[in-house]
Design a protein around this ligand. Structure first.
Ligand SMILES: Cc1cc2nc3c(=O)[nH]c(=O)nc-3n(C[C@H](O)[C@H](O)[C@H](O)COP(=O)(O)OP(=O)(O)OC[C@H]3O[C@@H](n4cnc5c(N)ncnc54)[C@H](O)[C@@H]3O)c2cc1C
Length: 503
C-alpha cells in the first residue's frame, strides 16, 4: 500500500514550478518585493537545462553594439516569425538583468581591465555573449541564485517534488489558476500567481542535448488547465552535439568555440558551411553533408583554440577519451531548444488568468522559427522579472489579496487529477525519426497516433505548417510560404488549431 498523501496545504503569494534560471530568478524577484513564494522543483539542480548552459546570455553591452543590431540579428535568425514587440523587450531589458545578476553576486568573466569579456556566437553580428567560467555560465549562475533562494526566508523550497496538476476554478465562466497539487498530495494555494518555469521539451526527442526531465511537462499541465500552446513545430536542433561516444551522447560543444575560430570539417577534411551562420542553417548543412557522405558525424576542429577558455567542455571531452587539442570531435545535430510553448503576452501571462509561464516553457513569439543563440537565458531573466512585476501589480503590496485554500471537495478532486505522462523510448524514437531535422507528411501523419499527447500536438502543428521555415524543414514543402510570415500555429484548450498574428 502506498503511504497516504500528507494532508498539508501551503499558502503563498506566488508559487513557482521549476528551479532553473527562470524559476529561481522569478522567486528572488518576488521575494525582493516582500511576496511569499513556494518554489517546487522536480529535479536536483544539476539536472536543469539552465545548469548545463555553456555559452551565456546575449545582451547589448559592447561599444560597437546597439539595440537595433541585436534586434536585427534576432529577427534575421527567427525567419519572419519573431514577434517584434517581444524581441524589443528582450533587447532593451537584457543589459539591466545582467547588471542585476552581478548585483546578486554572479561573477561574469571579465578582461584584464575589469570589463565584461563578451563572446561571439552564430547569428550575432558582434560580440555580445556574457559568460562565466568560460563555458560554465549556467552552472555559475544557477549555483549563485539557488544559494540565495535557499537562504531567503520569503521562499519555501520543495525539492524533489513534482507539480502534478494545476488547480483552476471549477466555474468555467470565471477560470482562474489558484495554485497546484504536487505528486505527494500537497496543495499549494497561490494568492497572486502560479508561475510555470518548467523548462523545454527537447528531451522528447531521442537524440537531445537536454537533461531527461525536459519533456514539456509544464506545457501539458498548462494545456490541461485551459491554456493555449503555440509554435510546437519549432524545435531547434543544435548543430554540434557529440555522437557515438559512450557516456557523452548529446553533449554540447558550444558554438562559442566556433566564435573563437574553431572550424567544422567533413569526413574529407573540408569546410562546408559558414560556422557562425544561425543554427538552422548549420544544422541543415551538416544533415545534408552526412546524408551525402554516409558518415555519422562531422568534426569541429578546435586544435587552435586555447583549452583554458572552455575548461568544462575540454574536461568533459577528455573524460570521454577525446582530446580536442589533437583530434576532431565527432558531432551531429540533436534536439536542443523548444521555441514553441505556453502562449503568453508580454508580461508572461498565459491565456488562463493567474497562470504565468517564463523561460523555455513559454512562447512569447520572441524566438520565431529559430532562436538566436544565447537569447534564451536572457529571456529567462527578462520575462521572469516582468511576470513577477505584473503579478504583484507593481506596488509590492501583497496584503491586498489572500490565497483561497481548497475546500474538501476540491482537495479530493485535485488529488485525483492524473500527472502528465512521461514519454517512453518509442515516442522519443518516433519524434526523432518523424519530426527530426527533415520532416515529411507521411512521417508526421504517423505521429498523430502516438500515445503521447504532446507528440500528437507537435505533429499537428508541423503538418499544418506546410512550408519550410527556420528549424522546421519539410522535404515535401521545401520553400518558405510568405503567407505564413508572422503566423503562429496556436492550439486552444479545446484542441482547435488556429493561425494567429501577434502584435
Ligand atoms: C546543454 C545546453 C546548453 C545551453 N546553452 C545555452 C546558452 O549558452 N545560452 C542560452 O541562452 N541558452 C542555452 N541553453 C538553453 C537554456 O539553457 C534553456 O533554455 C534555459 O536554461 C531554460 O531555463 P528554464 O528555467 O526555463 O528551465 P530549466 O533550466 O530546464 O529548468 C526547469 C525546471 O523545472 C523543473 N520541473 C519540470 N517539470 C516540473 C514539474 N512537473 N514539477 C516541478 N518541477 C518541474 C525541473 O526540475 C527544473 O528545475 C542551453 C541548453 C542546453 C541543454
Amino acid at each position: 500500500m502506498p503511504a497516504p498523501p500528507p494532508a498539508s496545504t501551503y499558502e503563498a503569494d506566488i508559487v513557482v514550478v521549476g528551479a532553473g534560471a527562470a524559476g529561481l530568478y522569478a522567486s528572488l524577484c518576488a521575494a525582493r518585493e516582500r511576496a511569499t513564494v513556494v518554489l517546487v522543483s522536480a529535479t536536483p539542480l544539476a539536472q536543469t537545462a539552465s545548469y548545463w548552459a555553456q555559452g551565456g546570455l546575449a545582451a547589448t553591452l559592447a561599444a560597437d553594439d546597439s539595440f537595433d543590431l541585436h534586434l536585427r540579428d534576432t529577427e534575421l535568425a527567427g525567419r519572419q516569425l519573431v514577434r517584434r514587440s517581444a524581441a524589443e523587450i528582450l533587447v532593451r531589458e537584457a543589459p539591466d538583468c545582467v547588471r542585476d545578476l552581478q548585483a546578486l553576486g554572479v561573477r561574469f568573466d571579465a578582461d584584464r581591465f575589469g570589463h565584461l569579456a563578451l563572446g561571439l556566437e552564430g547569428g550575432h553580428s558582434v560580440r555580445r555573449i556574457v559568460h562565466a567560467g568560460g563555458s560554465a555560465t549556467g552552472r555559475r549562475v544557477v549555483r549563485q541564485l539557488s544559494a540565495l533562494a535557499a537562504a531567503e526566508p520569503q521562499i519555501t523550497v520543495l525539492e524533489n517534488t513534482r507539480a502534478q496538476a494545476l488547480w483552476t476554478d471549477a466555474d468555467p465562466t470565471q477560470p482562474r489558476c489558484r495554485g497546484l497539487v504536487c505528486d505527494d498530495g500537497r496543495v499549494i494555494a497561490a494568492a497572486r500567481a502560479t508561475v510555470l518555469a518548467s523548462g523545454g521539451a527537447a528531451a522528447l526527442w531521442a537524440r537531445t542535448t537536454n537533461p531527461p526531465g525536459s519533456q514539456g511537462v509544464g506545457l501539458q499541465l498548462a494545456h490541461a488547465a485551459g491554456a493555449a500552446l503555440a509554435d510546437l513545430e519549432m524545435l531547434q536542433f543544435h548543430p554540434t552535439a557529440v555522437i557515438g561516444v559512450r557516456g557523452r551522447e548529446g553533449f554540447l560543444v558550444t558554438e562559442a568555440i566556433r566564435g573563437e575560430g574553431a572550424t567544422l570539417l567533413d569526413a574529407s577534411g573540408e569546410r562546408f558551411v559558414d560556422e557562425l551562420a544561425p543554427r538552422d542553417e548549420v544544422s541543415r548543412a551538416i544533415h545534408q553533408r552526412l546524408a551525402q557522405s554516409g558518415q555519422p558525424s562531422v568534426g569541429p576542429d578546435m586544435r587552435a583554440i586555447d583549452p583554458a577558455h572552455f575548461p568544462n567542455v575540454v574536461a568533459a571531452l577528455r573524460e570521454a577519451g577525446l582530446d580536442p587539442t589533437r583530434e576532431l570531435i565527432p558531432v551531429a545535430p540533436a534536439a536542443h531548444y523548444m521555441m514553441g510553448g505556453i502562449v503568453t503576452d508580454l508580461d508572461a501571462h498565459s491565456t488562463v488568468p493567474g497562470l504565468y509561464a517564463v523561460g523555455e516553457c513559454s512562447c512569447t513569439g520572441l524566438h520565431g522559427a529559430n532562436r538566436l543563440a544565447s537569447n534564451s537565458l536572457s529571456e529567462c531573466f527578462v520575462f521572469a522579472r516582468r511576470a513577477v512585476a505584473h503579478a504583484l501589480g507593481g506596488d509590492g503590496d501583497t496584503a491586498a489579496s489572500k490565497p483561497r485554500p481548497p475546500d474538501a471537495r476540491e482537495l479530493n478532486a485535485l488529488r485525483a487529477l492524473p500527472a502528465p505522462p512521461i514519454a517512453g523510448r518509442d515516442t522519443r524514437a518516433a519524434l526523432w525519426r518523424d519530426a527530426g531535422v527533415v520532416r515529411s507528411e507521411a512521417g508526421l501523419h504517423s505521429l498523430l497516433d502516438n500515445p503521447h499527447p504532446l507528440a500528437r500536438l507537435i505533429a499537428r502543428c508541423a503538418l499544418a505548417r506546410a512550408e519550410s521555415r527556420g528549424a522546421h524543414l519539410r522535404q515535401d514543402h521545401p520553400e518558405r510560404d510568405p503567407a505564413l510570415d508572422h503566423r503562429h500555429a496556436v492550439i486552444a484548450a479545446d484542441g482547435t488549431l488556429d493561425w494567429q498574428t501577434w502584435e
